[in-house]
Design a protein around this ligand. Structure first.
Ligand code: DGL
Length: 272
């Protein structure tokens, strides 16, 4: 098979990366994707770096050897923070795209220069995130909120828990709105969180700008594929995405149906 016709691998700790897959499918309609939800080893955000790095390498290795992927998208902020550097070192030959909280666009967009950031504990504590924060020193005040338990509540589609945690975490961040002191821009620094935008809006109102990273990641993926002459040839229909889960296949299947309107068949992944 010509290299350009091979699939693009996408992985996350679970169903959250579907928010990135949605943007990828919109930006690259002729590409074939293989999506791995590592739900059997989630959450990543409350585990140590070793766990996240080991899982990231195991999944990448699996996608390369079993699916012969031509590019990889790490659709997880926590995995990007912990492992992107070592993944780039281990796999220098394939285009590799990670995701990080959209702090820079948020600082530019904010009028009050007060930006909220919701992310996992792992992302916020990472060296990569701390360096990004330091690079924006003086451009805005960033209110950082670790959101323990939120990604897993979204994994389980536990509406009661989601409501409670969203209210608790936004409440802890301070005032939201368009007043001069208020948070007027909120960064969703975990790929699970875009799926609870409606619940978040109940606490923060309709005027706050929400920023997530799916679309920039999709554009960057296109740029890298173009540069490497790896864009797939045009097809009449969008190729089917292959879905795999190390957890409960039905959770991923239901999430794909709910959020992407995709009637997916999901295979259980026992390795890696
Ligand atoms: N979706 C992941 C992220 O973007 C993390 C969720 C988890 O804690 O597993 O950070």
């Amino acid at each position: 098979m010509p290299a350009a016709s091979r699939p693009i691998g996408v992985f996350d700790s679970g169903v959250g990366g579907l928010s990135v897959l949605r943007a990828l499918r919109a930006e690259l309609p002729h590409e074939r994707f293989v999506y791995v939800a590592d739900s059997g080893h989630a959450p990543y955000g409350e585990r140590d770096d070793d766990h996240v790095t080991t899982r990231s390498h195991a999944i990448t290795n699996y996608l390369l050897s079993e699916h012969r992927i031509k590019a990889l998208v790490v659709a997880c902020n926590t995995a990007t923070a912990a492992a992107i550097k070592s993944l780039r070192a281990a796999y220098p030959a394939i285009p590799l795209v990670g995701i990080e909280p959209a702090l820079k666009p948020a600082a530019a967009a904010s009028q009050s220069k007060t930006v909220g950031v919701m992310a996992t504990r792992g992302t916020l504590q990472s060296e990569k995130f701390q360096a990004l924060l330091a690079s924006l020193h003086g451009q805005a005040t960033f209110v950082l909120q670790p959101c323990d338990g939120l990604a897993i509540a979204i994994e389980r589609n536990d509406a009661t828990k989601i409501e409670a945690l969203c209210a608790e975490y936004t409440g802890a961040m301070g005032q939201f709105g368009l007043n001069s002191e208020a948070i007027d821009t909120l960064v969703l620094g975990c790929t699970h969180y875009p799926f609870v935008e409606g619940v978040l809006r109940k606490s923060i109102g309709g005027q706050v700008t929400l920023l997530e990273g799916g679309t920039p990641v999709a554009r960057q993926t296109r740029r890298l594929l173009e540069a490497a002459s790896l864009l797939a040839p045009a097809t009449a229909d969008q190729p089917a995405t292959q879905f795999l889960s190390t957890g409960q296949p039905d959770d991923l299947r239901n999430a794909a149906l709910r959020w992407l309107q995709l009637d997916a068949s999901v295979s259980a992944l026992t390795t890696p």
